[in-house]
Design a protein around this ligand. Structure first.
Ligand code: G3P
Length: 222
């Protein structure tokens, strides 16, 4: 499974890259606004930081076909690794088709059902982003939607898309995503950091080091 960071925070991306655990970045208007930055300068900086081989999703703000296509062309011109995020509303699916025909890489966002994922994949979206956490918030199973999309993609070779498990809220979402066929998980930095954590690792490391130190002290004293 590839790990994307779901953030527009440059320091978090730098840390993820330093760990060798950032295969790409996704943003949305909320995440960019949280950094208090204009979309274009934030996305350009992130694209340069991660390098040309790691995709960076930048979302459109328009909600009509022509506006989305215009914004998609603009975002795609910012860097070669920009992926344009378009919502799976009817105008969005139309725009996905137009943009993918132009060679622009699309990430279909705000996916909450397998039906929406099917529409986006048929329109040429390269990435399908089911929002797992937000689905769980309303008492549905976001992971079940991931499972359905993964089954659908396995059945139809012509649907050439990858699942980005989005709206991941905790480590459990990442782990379950690996079992359900998500190709990528995009996660907040906090979740990436939590993946390292286990109390027995800390206790075990402390014991290994103190046992060895004790033996060295004994030898030193002898
Ligand atoms: O970027 C889309 C998605 O990952 C947002 O997550 O936590 O705001 O539901 P969240």
């Amino acid at each position: 499974m590839k790990f994307f960071l779901d953030t527009a925070n440059v320091e978090q991306i730098k840390q993820g890259l330093a760990w060798g655990l950032c295969d790409g970045v996704t943003t949305n208007p909320t995440l960019v606004a949280r950094e208090g930055r204009e979309m274009e300068e934030a996305i350009r900086e992130i694209c340069e930081l991660v390098g040309p081989d790691r995709p960076v999703s930048a979302e459109v703000l328009a909600v009509d076909h022509d506006g989305m296509v215009e914004e998609a062309q603009e975002r795609a011109s910012w860097a070669e690794n920009v992926v344009v995020k378009i919502p799976v509303i009817p105008e969005g699916v139309r725009a996905m088709k137009t943009c993918s025909d132009m060679g622009i890489t699309i990430n279909a966002t705000l996916v909450f059902s397998c039906g929406q994922a099917l529409l986006a994949a048929k329109a040429g979206a390269r990435y399908l982003s089911p929002f797992v956490g937000r689905q769980d918030d309303i008492g549905w199973s976001g992971m079940e939607v991931v499972r359905q999309i993964a089954t659908m993609l396995r059945m139809y070779d012509a649907l050439d898309a990858e699942i980005i498990l989005a709206s991941a809220r905790h480590v459990g979402h990442v782990i379950e995503g690996t079992q359900c066929g998500a190709h990528i998980c995009t996660m907040p930095f906090k979740v990436l950091d939590q993946l390292f954590k286990h109390p027995l690792t800390d206790v075990g490391l402390e014991r290994f080091l103190s046992d060895y130190r004790a033996m060295q002290e004994e030898l030193g004293e002898a």
